[in-house]
Design a protein. Structure first.
Length: 100
């Protein structure tokens, strides 16, 4: 039953990848994709921090300008940590193949 659930949930399947079985071209493509995603996350966090600063400067500490961006920032940071660990795994696999 567990295998069937994995097939039904594409999010689980996409997050679990065996990098040792991937060809070098796919590894580099995956690395580039994760780098772009990492940059996008940093830009979004910066944008949300800017919204918070503007909101505090214009309206004081309001719910709309402080709490909502903080919730989004927390979600982005949590997802970014998973991406960083995947990026480390990919880079380690690339390095291990270079040393062989």
């Amino acid at each position: 039953m567990g295998e069937r659930e994995d097939k039904l949930n594409p999010q689980i399947m996409s997050s679990i990848k065996d990098y040792s079985k991937m060809p070098p071209e796919e590894l580099s493509a995956e690395e580039k994709k994760l780098k772009r995603s990492e940059i996008l996350s940093a830009v979004l966090v910066g944008f949300l921090v800017g919204i918070m600063i503007y909101g505090v400067a214009a309206n004081g500490f309001g719910f709309l300008y402080t709490v909502i961006p903080l919730v989004f920032i927390a979600g982005i940071v949590k997802g970014s940590q998973k991406q960083k660990s995947s990026l480390k795994e990919i880079r380690a696999e690339i390095e291990s193949r270079k040393n062989i």
